[in-house]
Design a protein around this ligand. Structure first.
Ligand code: ATP
Ligand code: MG
Length: 381
């Protein structure tokens, strides 16, 4: 029996909880060839949601193309990888090459099969002659026009998912955004989803002075309703032959701060230990034992992180944990946790936010990693 809980990768359908409304909306928008922005902090489940939406669109006959913008080390590398993903959507290799040669006129495109295999997913595309900024921006225009050409050629709808899209700003400042926006807005047979895991960067990208202002609908992914997630955990324990003590699911969701990744991690690790011990019941004690083990395993990493923080940041991080993220600027909290003046606290909060150590929710701050939160509560003073 396989562990029913999955973390650290895109969740398969069997471990996918809820997101019914979000999925319907995303699929509806893509079907209407909208340019959708999907925003949430890290590890909320954007990529998993996108994968499900693409699978549905593919069953409806669309060609789907995925690229993770942050995985490329330069603008040209991104253009190469994106082109490769588009070429791979055309399954007949010869046709794909001809098609690409016709579409890319400003540069020479080299298409190679990786020697070890002949499948199309093993293609590589490179633009060896592209060097200066002008070359790149001419090439970008042609590459960004490819999805519409593909839709026309195959007479199919095309859906493009660009994940970690906030990284696009790192390539070439505003010009990539301009070029992409100019290209996509007229592509009536192509739906796009631009997903980003740094909400502040993404929101800025959608601001009034930027190219993507009002380019399309925005979906802001929230946490999964805690009761549904808890019920899912209890059910999966039961179905796999381990009876959970009442409140096990609820406790896992709570300890994990209801962050989807952390919930699945804690459930997965608890299940593993019980299975290895041949147990048929899961208790809250088991859960806490697993939590202690995980904290022990991460000890070195948390210590290193703690060392990197200034004293003021350490104090504020502890206060976020102990105050449950609320009222940090009040005189009372500042005295109790020896935080100094409000501007010092603000500066530390800002630094912790930028480093993704904490996150801002509507009414409070939260420590992103729930294990770090527990570690700070137990091991720092
Ligand atoms: N709908 C869901 N149901 C259950 N678990 C989920 C769901 N969505 C995400 N998760 C859990 O969260 C983890 C991270 O999901 P995913 O990679 O899709 O998130 P992400 O927002 O793309 O994260 P990142 O910003 O790190 O790319 C998954 O491995 C899984 O454990
Ligand atoms: Mg992702």
């Amino acid at each position: 029996m396989d562990n029913p809980f999955i973390y650290g990768e895109i969740v398969p359908a069997a471990a996918f909880v809820d997101r019914v409304a979000e999925l319907n909306r995303l699929v509806g928008d893509l079907d209407a060839a909208q340019k959708v922005f999907l925003i949430s902090p890290r590890r909320y489940g954007k990529s998993s949601l996108i994968r499900r939406a693409l699978a549905i669109m593919s069953r409806r006959g669309a060609l789907t193309v995925e690229a993770t913008v942050s995985s490329f080390s330069s603008y040209v590398a991104f253009l190469e990888g994106y082109t490769r993903a588009l070429v791979a959507a055309e399954t007949r290799s010869e046709r794909a090459r001809t098609w690409l040669r016709d579409a890319i006129r400003s540069a020479r495109a080299e298409v190679r099969d990786r020697p070890e295999t002949t499948s199309l997913s093993a293609l590589t595309v490179s633009f060896p002659t592209v060097r200066g900024e002008r070359d790149i921006s001419r090439l970008a225009q042609e590459v960004f026009a490819l999805p519409a050409r593909l839709a026309e050629l195959r007479n199919r709808k095309v859906i493009v998912a660009l994940d970690e899209f906030q990284a696009i700003g790192g390539f070439d400042g505003g010009s990539v955004e301009h070029a992409m926006r100019a290209a996509v807005q007229h592509q009536r047979e192509v739906g796009y989803v631009f997903a980003g895991s740094e909400p502040s960067l993404m929101e800025r990208m959608l601001g009034p002075k930027r190219p993507f202002y009002k380019a399309g609908p925005v979906i802001r992914l929230d946490k999964i309703p805690a009761d549904e997630f808890a019920a899912f955990i209890d059910t999966r324990f039961k179905q796999s032959g381990i009876t959970p003590e009442p409140r096990l699911g609820v406790s896992i969701v709570e300890l994990a701060g209801n962050l989807p990744y952390d919930v699945q991690r804690l459930a997965h690790e608890t299940w593993d230990e019980l299975r290895a011990a041949g147990r048929r019941r899961a208790t809250l004690d088991d859960l806490h034992r697993t939590l202690r083990r995980l904290l022990g395993e991460q000890q070195t990493m948390f210590e290193a992180l703690w060392q990197r923080l200034t004293l003021a940041q350490r104090a504020v991080l502890r206060a976020v944990v102990l105050q449950d993220g609320r009222g940090l600027l009040s005189a009372d909290a500042r005295t109790r946790h020896r935080l100094g003046g409000p501007s010092t606290v603000q500066a530390s909060l800002g630094a912790l936010l930028r480093d993704d150590v904490i996150n801002r929710e509507p009414d409070r701050y939260v420590v992103v990693d729930s294990l770090l939160r527990e570690w700070v509560a137990r091991q720092t003073f």
